[in-house]
Write a protein that binds this ligand. Structure first.
Ligand code: NAG
Ligand code: NAG
Ligand code: NAG
Ligand code: NAG
Ligand code: NAG
Length: 340
């Protein structure tokens, strides 16, 4: 009896110590007063300086694992500022005024996994993104550079592919659409699974567009006024599972007929398709074509939006649907769903 009481006391004591350690280890920490600093696990800290009108990144504690300086007025980063923060995992520099970056800015960030530079003024060229600038980022898996190339004098110039080729761990890349093709350096990104592209009035794809990005599983094209493609555009993407083209877009969508790519999907691992189309008067309702060409794939979901009501009438007969198809959604002024 007595010994079990003692055991219980010891247990309660351990419990109290344990919960104190958890509470005492987390909580606020000392840093630049404009920012929120929070202790995370193992004495690491997370810093949030978002939306504080700051023009310079404050000197960082070495133990910083997350730094969010988004929505500020930062127009430069002194050369070696981030070097000390060599435990940094997440760095959000989005919505600032950067128009260039020092070549050594990323030195030391070998653990960084997430980097957002979106919504700055970083034009895509060899001068702004010189070869080697990403070399220190050995662990980077997510990079966002979207909404930067807007005012570029040469919007057709491809993103410097030798520069990107250093990011061997990269899995997700968000980019403004540039030219027609991803250069040979993309061939080195063996882990690149997701490509999110947007912000352009026009994008035209062909059988060479994705020839250096063969391991892609997801492609999302959004905010592009006119998307064109030719036969073979997706044929080489044997792991492609999810394709989305201007689906949630009022702005625009596909201007090429689905016929041109439907056959490509037989060579992929396609499971979900979300297609938004404009200004195509279709000779055939797209689902009839997709049903036929996708019959032998593992497709489970197809969604089509018709932004301009040009897809014709929903046909009486759509042909046999692929056995794996679970959801078909068609959205115009009216919508239809078929579940089987
Ligand atoms: C970061 O700070 C901004 C502005 O004070 C606030 O709106 C946001 O919720 C904070 N984020 C987190 C994750 O605490
Ligand atoms: C940074 O803060 C902004 C605003 O609070 C938020 O929208 C964004 O998701 C944060 N970034 C990261 C990587 O958490
Ligand atoms: C590059 O670093 C120098 C020196 O640290 C700094 O004065 C300059 O503003 C930085 N430039 C950019 C574009 O960040
Ligand atoms: C790409 O398509 C063109 C015709 O548009 C064809 O001549 C060429 O052989 C194709 N290339 C590859 C690699 O499939
Ligand atoms: C469909 O899925 C099955 C089972 O997961 C798989 O063996 C087959 O290769 C897949 N077919 C295609 C075309 O992806």
């Amino acid at each position: 009896m007595r010994s079990s009481l003692r055991t219980m006391r010891v247990l309660i004591y351990i419990y109290v110590i344990n919960s104190c350690m958890k509470i005492c280890q987390t909580g606020p920490c000392k840093f630049d007063v404009r920012c929120q600093c929070r202790k995370a696990k193992n004495r690491y800290v997370e810093v949030n300086c978002s939306s504080k009108k700051i023009t310079r990144i404050p000197n960082l504690l070495e133990s910083t694992v997350l730094l969010n300086v988004s929505h500020n007025l930062i127009d430069s980063i002194s050369k070696e500022l981030l070097k000390a923060a060599n435990h940094l995992l997440v760095l959000d520099l989005s919505f600032n005024r950067l128009s260039s970056i020092n070549i050594t800015t990323f030195t030391g960030l070998m653990k960084l996994r997430y980097l957002s530079l979106d919504n700055n003024k970083l034009e895509y060229n060899d001068h702004i993104f010189p070869e080697g600038i990403f070399k220190p980022l050995k662990s980077l898996s997510h990079l966002s550079l979207k909404n930067n190339n807007y005012y570029s004098m040469h919007p057709d110039r491809n993103f410097p592919d030798k520069t990107i080729s250093d990011l061997s761990e990269l899995e997700t890349l968000e980019l403004d659409v540039t030219g027609k093709y991803f250069g040979e350096g993309f061939d080195k990104l063996l882990n690149l699974k997701s490509l999110i592209l947007g912000n352009r009035d026009f994008f035209s794809m062909s059988n060479t567009t994705f020839s250096n990005t063969r391991n892609l599983q997801n492609i999302v094209l959004h905010g592009i006024e006119k998307v064109k493609f030719r036969k073979g555009s997706f044929r080489k993407l044997r792991y492609l599972k999810h394709l989305e083209i201007s689906f949630n877009s009022k702005l625009g969508g596909m201007i090429s007929p689905v016929e041109d790519i439907a056959e490509d999907f037989k060579f992929t691992s396609i499971e979900t398709l979300k297609l938004g189309q404009t200004s195509i008067s279709l000779p055939k309702f797209p689902l009839c074509i997709l049903n036929n060409e996708l019959y032998t794939t593992n497709i489970t979901e197809i969604y089509i939006t018709d932004h301009r009501r040009k897809a014709g009438h929903f046909p009486v007969s759509i042909g046999p649907t692929p056995p794996t198809l679970r959801i078909f959604g068609f959205i115009e002024q009216w919508s239809h769903s078929i579940y089987n």
